[in-house]
Write a protein that binds this ligand. Sequence first.
Ligand code: HGY
Ligand code: MN
Ligand code: MN
Length: 414
Amino acid sequence: MGLFDLPGKLSVDPRISSWLAELGTITDEPPGLTRTFLSPALERAKQLVAGWMHDAGLRVHEDQAGNLIGRLDCGNAAAGTLACGSHLDSVRNAGNFDGPMGVVAGILAAERVRASGAVLPCHLEIVAFADEEGVRFQTTYLGSRYYVDHLGEAERAFADAAGITVGAAIAAHVPNFPPPPARHLIGYVEAHIEQGPILEAEGLALGVVTAIAGQTRARILVAGKAGHAGTTPMGMRRDALTGAAECVLLVENMARRVDGLVATVGQLEMSTPASNVISGGVQFTIDIRHAENATRQRFSRELFAEIEKRLHARDLEVRIEIPLAAPAAKCAPKLCGQLAEIVERHQVRCPRLVSGAGHDAVALAEVTDVTMLFVRCRDGLSHHPDEFASAEDIALAVDVLAEFLTGFSSAAHG
Ligand code: HGY
Ligand code: MN
Ligand code: MN
């Protein structure tokens, strides 16, 4: 039985496609889509989203870290707050759906809840987080960690390429809304594209996430000695690039030997690139993921030790920085059960998935119960301009989210 054999016809709100397309044009680096922490494009995107939140009947705030919050008060100041949202920042040359899809779905679901007249025994906050991808500062969840008051001194000290620290960027950011009211979080739900092939392979639109893989992000700085490419004999070189190249292949070879582990060198910069100069300095990143923290930590230790050994054997200096070591996050079985039950009213079954991608739900899981709703995406492709999820699948996610937000509020106090 296919998705549409079930009773009732899905209505697809045209704003799903038009809003995501419009957000997809707001970029720091045209022609591709790039929106980073507190950048001019992120500010423009937030203005657009603030208008949509306001028109949906939400009270709009912005916090010092640039998270945009649309709130539905339940009338009882002492009540807890249920949060729902995703991130508005992107990777470089991104697709239109990773992050914004969850923000748009949250706004439309909240509008549906408000229009239904459902009595909410808890406050509802729809959040567009300001930094999940970590492109600017090479660390991640800055917005959601600020939102849950878990942004520590170490994170605030990280500097971007211009030497501006996270703390200075936040202090310089002037929110153009009054400060948000105090909140006591009692749950978090996030709709996000799957960024993988499983739902599409199973012919299903939606799935529920039971766990989110932990991730370690490292920055490897390699120092050798620049020299003349024409006059320096091969045996007398301290070539930083060939040393780094040996390590890039080492990452791939070692990762292939560990079940369920992925490791990626996504960035590599040379300090003074020139075709006739031996490389004196190289910096590259390593992104390591696994569902089990102990496996990821053990692999990281072994990899970094081998990298140091190989580079020292080449008479190169090496410094390894770890801007991020985010543990795996378990989603709350009770919330996942509630969400899956609603999904199964709309499709024949509800797959449970582990997310290899990181999400703001990891930061929220440090302070409250979380669950995630995955939406099928074409070819499982993400972090790519061709990323795509259908308006029909997103509309189904909005239906499920609206039911969850309403049902959760009664279940939270039931
Ligand atoms: O990299 C990730 O897993 C996420 O897209 N930030
Ligand atoms: Mn992403
Ligand atoms: Mn994302």
